[in-house]
Design a protein. Sequence first.
Length: 169
Amino acid sequence: MVKDKPEEIEDIGVGEPLIAWEVDEYERHSRGVQWYVVTVVLGVALIIYALATANFMFAVIILMIGVVLFLSGMKQPHRIPVVLTDNGILIGDTFHPYRMMRDFSVVYEPPHVKVLYVDFHSLWRPLMSIPLENSDPVMVRECLLPFVVENLNRNEESLTDLVSRLYKL
């Protein structure tokens, strides 16, 4: 039943793999010249405002955001394996056991939204979104149902994912 099983998951010691796929470590957006022009103008305007109001920390934060956006746009993201096992979810080298999870939901609105959301019991752990890419959402759901409760109320992508996708951040 394992689909697209990466070679790295042999004998991982976190349970029997049920389904596997690979995702980019971060979403890479195709940004046009217009996006860069608007971003640079907005960044410069915010830095000028920060300097005019003597808010130097804000200027430093804007510069740091610009550097991060520039550097992330210059390199290709690595592909990391996502493996649903009978004990939890393995993402790259990080294992998330099912007992730590409150619920999951699959939001599938192709072509833009194909995401598995996992919510944790801990208030300190944010909602985790895992792109499904070309994985079968029905198969992913069926693999998770015996272990975690499905949240049927969450049927849209999260606000942070929506903003990130719309503004190509």
